[in-house]
Design a protein around this ligand. Structure first.
Ligand SMILES: Nc1ncnc2c1ncn2[C@@H]1O[C@H](COP(=O)(O)OP(=O)(O)O)[C@@H](O)[C@H]1O
Ligand SMILES: [Mg+2]
Length: 312
């Protein structure tokens, strides 16, 4: 079966910046791909190419078999994209905006009304729904924008960092809406910097950094790829954090991530041998240690490890 989204060797440069540097993606219909990466990784550039807003410099991409460069009209009919403000009219109410969009995408009057009510509910806009959009706060406006991109229930939906700055209740509303669209057969490409969000929604995760894919797989597999556990050391004095990290490296362990606020150094370890090494090195150093623990990595830690591994 042709994947809903397919990218092969996608490349895009802006002057000297190779924003996307040879990316392959294959997203089966009815699944969610979480595209993770720090700022500047190239996530938005990929979304814009897949949405026919910019042309790739190299490689190819298609949506349900339609090439984004050769058949942009067919592609646009299939997709929905959040983060574009153009669709909303300030002078009329939120409800009227959603209704107009519903009618534009060929919903019957009745279906358009039902969809408006449902989306206003999801995004906590029931009370504001009757007021002109120009009276909305920034947060309300953002939620309406998200609702607007979902009215037509596109077969392929691009959500580019949709919950950045969203309150928890609306975030849950968005997640519920995404889940019900996927249950109805839609395909979602979700970019995010939040591991929690990727884990909550994504069937598969692609981690990007510097325009390239650095890891991919289902969330559980990504955790396993990083391997083992996370060792966390809490020196009695926060001033000792750099020294603790350095002595663990000298003992043959990985470069730790210093969390100055939390007062801990965290690093991946492979097993008991490495744990023993760490404990011995700490004992020899005679630096006072307030706590040591090991745990399975969170996706945040997986992500940090992956992006740091690349830089070292
Ligand atoms: N229109 C543009 N002109 C110049 N550079 C750009 C443009 N869009 C993105 N970039 C650069 O491309 C890289 C990837 O950006 P982007 O795709 O927005 O990353 P992300 O969405 O992951 O934060 C960054 O270095 C960014 O500065
Ligand atoms: Mg972006």
């Amino acid at each position: 079966m042709t994947p809903a989204l397919l990218a092969e060797g996608l490349v895009k440069s802006f002057r000297d910046t190779r924003a996307v540097d040879g990316v392959d993606l294959a997203v089966p219909a009815g699944t969610v791909l979480g595209l993770l990466g720090p700022n500047g990784a190239g996530k938005t550039t990929i979304v814009r190419m897949l949405a026919t807003l910019i042309r790739p410099d190299g490689g190819r991409a298609s949506v349900h078999g339609h090439d984004v460069v050769e058949q942009p009209q067919q592609v646009r009919r299939l997709i929905g994209l959040t983060g574009q403000y153009a669709t909303v009219d300030e002078g009329i109410s939120g409800w009227e905006n959603l209704y107009l969009i519903g009618r534009l995408v060929d919903l019957s009057r009745r279906d358009a009304r039902a969809r408006c009510d449902q989306l206003l509910e999801r995004f906590d806009l029931v009370e504001a729904g009757g007021r002109p959009v120009r009276t909305y706060s920034g947060g309300m406006r953002r939620r309406l924008d998200l609702a607007a991109s979902l009215v037509g229930q596109p077969r392929v939906l691009y959500l580019d960092e949709p919950t950045t700055g969203l309150d928890p209740r609306s975030r849950n509303g968005l997640w519920d809406e995404v889940r019900s669209m996927v249950a109805g057969g839609a395909t979602v490409l979700l970019t995010t910097q939040y591991m929690e969000e990727a884990e909550a929604l994504a069937d598969n995760i692609v981690v990007m950094d510097g325009g390239r894919v650095i890891a991919e797989g289902p969330p559980a597999q990504l955790r396993a790829a990083v391997g083992g556990q996370v060792l966390q050391v809490r020196p009695a004095r926060a001033d000792d954090l750099p020294e603790v990290a350095a002595l663990l490296v000298r003992a043959g362990l990985a470069q730790g991530n210093i969390d100055a606020e939390g007062g801990v150094v965290a690093l991946p370890i492979d097993g008991e041998d490495q744990l023993t090494l760490a404990v011995r090195a700490l004992g020899d150093s005679q630096l006072p240690v307030a706590g040591i623990d090991t745990h399975l990595p969170s996706l945040d830690e997986v992500f940090l490890t992956l992006t740091q591994r690349r830089k070292s």
